[in-house]
Design a protein. Structure first.
Length: 129
């Protein structure tokens, strides 16, 4: 019985040691690959790594500054005319009695003033009239 326990303990320790060594080897390989591939602050690499190829020079963008300014001013004036037209239309609508007269209470047509015994509850404004 003692020999069996001793054999199991030895076998277990050997497998644990063997398993740990594989993980360490994998971790070391990954670190070496990471260091080779990317430059870091510790190992910035050579200038060859930084400048691998020459970039193609693109054509400079040419534009006429006065042309752009004139176009922008024209668009601004068009927007202002459109807004002025919109606001004048809103003012005309506000002048109608539906919006300016307080007796309308938000109704499209002025509510009827019924006699006291015949008054009804209004669903729109919540007033009895």
């Amino acid at each position: 019985m003692k020999y069996l326990v001793l054999i199991l303990v030895l076998a277990g320790s050997i497998t644990l040691g063997h398993a740990q060594s594989k993980k360490d080897k994998k971790r070391q390989k990954q670190q070496v690959q990471a260091q080779k591939e990317l430059p870091s602050s510790r190992d910035p690499g050579t200038s060859d790594n930084l400048f691998r190829g020459e970039r193609k020079m693109s054509k400079p963008f040419k534009y006429n500054n006065s042309n752009l300014e004139a176009k922008a001013v024209q668009e601004f004036q068009q927007r202002m005319k459109k807004n002025a037209k919109k606001y004048s239309k809103i003012e005309r609508i506000k002048d109608k009695p539906r919006y300016s007269d307080p007796s309308y209470f938000g109704h499209k047509r002025k509510p009827k003033k019924r006699p006291v015994g015949k008054r009804k509850f209004c669903k729109e404004c919540g007033i009895i009239h």
